[in-house]
Every structure is written in structure tokens, then in C-alpha cells.
Design a protein around this ligand. Structure first.
Ligand SMILES: Nc1ncnc2c1ncn2[C@@H]1O[C@H](COP(=O)(O)OP(=O)(O)OP(=O)(O)O)[C@@H](O)[C@H]1O
Ligand SMILES: [Mg+2]
Length: 227
């Protein structure tokens, strides 16, 4: 694991209709820093997160994580890069309902080369435990509460041993206490492993605890990243 700096240059994303969805001339985030992406609904926050993970291709420009420009990678290399370096927490968690907490947290084993599988399982057990969940419980993911499901999704992202953790509104469906606990957990994980944490959020309590803020309006930065 090595911390990765982020550099966006002349990034645009244009929809098939020709409508511009994202326009970021220049943005950098030093390795290991945390960032809150803010802005109104439809501003392009999730689109930017997908660009950062490589799930969405840019129309122009470059997206550098360290020396790697996602825009130049083939699909195969992009998938490999994502699996090796980027953990994602989706707003609706995307857990496998029939699987246990541990099976969900360690699901990356199924796509990983043999030698990496034991390590993924070890990190899944460790992450679940540190998030207050019992890795030995065999009940299905559907039986967990919303906050617990969110923490299973966090454990799954951490089990990959990512250098970058991308989270789309990670506290949106939680009450204040659970949101604060999850924020503590995310920041502790970031500190422990040195990863870069990037959260799309409407939650000011989460945003103020991150190092930097990037506010989007109509797909473009509203102010300098040193907010
Ligand atoms: N493939 C697409 N084709 C056309 N428009 C798209 C496409 N994907 C996203 N959009 C539009 O781009 C805009 C930005 O979407 P995005 O999901 O990034 O917003 P957001 O900032 O995450 O909003 P929210 O806070 O509601 O989640 C929206 O108006 C959306 O409808
Ligand atoms: Mg969104």
C-alpha cells in the first residue's frame, strides 16, 4: 500500500446528449489527505466520484492517481487498478443480501489472485471487528440495521487494502449518533492506513472533519480547494 496523490487536469465529462456534466480545469489533492465534495443535487458529485474510481470515462483531460492516468488505461488495466487501489462505499451499500457480514466484507476474494485472498479475509475480519461487528455471525446481511449495513460496506472497502477510499454520502441514511460513529470509524481507518478519504456529503458535521472541501455547482468547482 502506498499513498497516492490525485491530480485532475482539464477534466470534462459530456453526456451523449451533448450536455456538459463535469468541467474541472485543475485540481490536486496530496496523498493521504481527506476531501469533502459538496454541492446541490445534480451538481455532478457522484459523477466526479465515478471519474475518480474510473467507473466513468472522462471526455477530455487526465485523472492521475500517482503516476497512473486513468484516462489512458484499457478496461482490463482500469479494473485491475481499481481492485488494487480504490475502495468504494456506495450510497445504497450494494451488499449481497443472502451473504453473511463476513462473506460480504471479504467478497473481493472472488476476484483476487489466489495469494491475495487470505489477506483480504484477514482485513475483512479485522475491519468488521474494529467497526463493532462480529465476523463470526452467520445471519444474512438483510437482518442487519441500516447503520450496521453501512459499516459492513465500509469493512468491505477496507478489506481490499485500498490507497483511496471513495464514499458517496456515507452518513446520509444514518441518525446523528450513528453518523458520528461512522465518521469516527472512517477517519480512524484513514489515519491507521494512510489512505486518501474522499466523501461526497451533505452532512456539514462530516465535511468539517475532513482536510479539504471541493464545492461543485453545475459540474464545476465553485471555489479554491483550500476552502
Ligand atoms: N449518463 C448520463 N446522461 C445524461 N445525464 C447524466 C448522466 N449521468 C448523470 N447525468 C446528469 O448529470 C447531473 C449530475 O449527476 P450526479 O449524479 O453527478 O449529481 P449529484 O451531484 O451526485 O446529485 P445528488 O446530490 O442528487 O446525488 C444530473 O443532472 C444527472 O441527471
Ligand atoms: Mg449523487
Amino acid at each position: 500500500m502506498a499513498a497516492l496523490p490525485l491530480a485532475l487536469r482539464n477534466v470534462t465529462v459530456t453526456a451523449a446528449s451533448g450536455r456538459g456534466l463535469l468541467n474541472i480545469p485543475d485540481y490536486t489533492l496530496p496523498a493521504g489527505q481527506s476531501l469533502a465534495i459538496l454541492g446541490p443535487s445534480g451538481a455532478g458529485k457522484s459523477t466526479l466520484l465515478h471519474v475518480l474510481s474510473g467507473l466513468r470515462r472522462v471526455s477530455t483531460g487526465s485523472v492521475h492517481w500517482g503516476a497512473t492516468d486513468l484516462a489512458t488505461l484499457t478496461e482490463t488495466r482500469l479494473s485491475a487498478f481499481r481492485r488494487r487501489h480504490i475502495g468504494q462505499i456506495f450510497q445504497d451499500f450494494l451488499l449481497f443480501d443472502e451473504m453473511s457480514a463476513l462473506e460480504n466484507a471479504a467478497v473481493a476474494r472472488q476476484f483476487a489472485p489466489g495469494p491475495e485472498r487470505a489477506e483480504i479475509l484477514r482485513r475483512a475480519v479485522q475491519s468488521l471487528t474494529s467497526l463493532g461487528l462480529d465476523p463470526q455471525e452467520t445471519r444474512r446481511a438483510t437482518t442487519y440495521s441500516g447503520g450496521e449495513r453501512q459499516r459492513i460496506a465500509v469493512a468491505r472497502a477496507l478489506a481490499q487494502g485500498p490507497d483511496v477510499l471513495l464514499a458517496d454520502e456515507p452518513t446520509a441514511s444514518l441518525d446523528r449518533t450513528s453518523a458520528e460513529r461512522l465518521t469516527d470509524d472512517l477517519l480512524a481507518a484513514a489515519q491507521r492506513t494512510g489512505l486518501s478519504l474522499i466523501c461526497v456529503t451533505h452532512d456539514p458535521a462530516l465535511a468539517t472533519r475532513l482536510d479539504r472541501t471541493l464545492r461543485l455547482a453545475h459540474g464545476a468547482p465553485e471555489m479554491s480547494h483550500a476552502a
